[in-house]
Structures are given as structure tokens and as C-alpha cells.
Design a protein. Sequence first.
Length: 238
Amino acid sequence: MGYSGLATSRKEKAMIKSNEIAAYIDHTLLANNATEEKIIQLCNEAKHHAFASVCVNSCWTAVCAALLEGSSVKVCTVVGFPLGAMKSEAKAFEAAQAIADGASEIDMVINVGWLKEGRFDAVERDIQLVKEACKDKLLKVIIETCLLSDEEKEQACRLSVQGGAQFVKTSTGFSTGGATEQDVTLMRSIVGENIGVKASGGVRSYETAVAMISAGASRLGTSSGIAIIQGAVSHAAY
């Protein structure tokens, strides 16, 4: 498989337990007023619950890498966040620096304006440059679904795969909307089973998390990981 995820059918969704759903979660703190104290708390929570990763802004990458050394939790750093309108070379530099600081996953934002103009070669090159900077590290491409038509979502997914990404991701969580089941289903239908789909933005409860996984998500970006875990425990009546 080209991504780290668990396959779950709709019939199986009621059986997702807290330790299983934790493996989907990128425990996220991307607020511009995040303090080191909050970042330390994020990392401690991620280790305690065995989340897939912590997802942070690049100034915190080295801090997280040091705190998580020796654990199974990965460090995911956002690039070109949240607008995606930076020069491609700047995104590539940011990605390279994040990896040098200890990131093992990069979540980059596409240039939405270029996509909507039909500048597909430029969008693909943008992704390719960041992928080259990532080398063997995992690249997820945020397509910001709330700003796109279904046709544009499909095109963004294809360009992400052509550019070398191992994941497509719905949203930054900082625009006009977040993940929907319909978008996750659409994205999964375009990228197939060997590319990951990350649902991000508005995933705040166990029920929503399960719905996204059932729709095809292999990773969940959320700042509500603890609430999701607690919801999984409360639903463990089986």
C-alpha cells in the first residue's frame, strides 16, 4: 500500500474501537497562538493514545521531533499553509527545512487559484517540487474541497497523484468548510486504493470520524482526537 491506513467497510464501522481509531488520527494544533506548553501537551497526548502523528506548523517541528523520539507517533508539518499561494520554491524550501528538523510527513496546500484557472501544469509542478524536497517522506496534498467544484476536486486529485503525493487531503480547516462524506467518497473513487485520503476540518466526534472512515478516509486530521477516543469508548457496548 502507498499509505498507512486501515480499510473499513460500512458494516464494520460499528466495531471501530478506541485503539483502532487512534491509528487514523493526526492530532492537530495549527492555531497561530499555539504555545510551547500546548505543543508539549499535544505530543504527550499523542504518545499516550498512540495517534498516528501530531500535525503542527513548521516552527514546532524540531520541538515535536525531540519530544516524540523513540515513540511510534510521527511528526507531520504543514507547508504553504493555509493559503497555498506561496511560490513553489518557497514551499519546497519549507518542506526541506521541516524534514531536516525531524518531520516525517508533509501536508502541503495546492495553489487553488492556479487550479481554478486551469493552470494544471503549474499545479503539478508545485506538487512535484515539494515531493522532491520530501524525498522518501510522506507527502499529503490539501486540495481545499470547499472552494472547488466536483470536477476541480477530481482534477486536483489526479494532479496530486501525478505529482508524486501519497495522500490527498480535503481541507485546511481554515477556509469556508471542512471534510464531508461526499468529498471523501469522491476523492477515494479518483485516487483508488493505493493512495491515502485524509479527512480534515470539522471531524470532532466519534460518529463523524467513523462516517469519514466508512466513506474512504485512511487518516483523520483533527484537534478533537481525545473526544473521538472517548466517544469510541462510550460506544463499546459490543
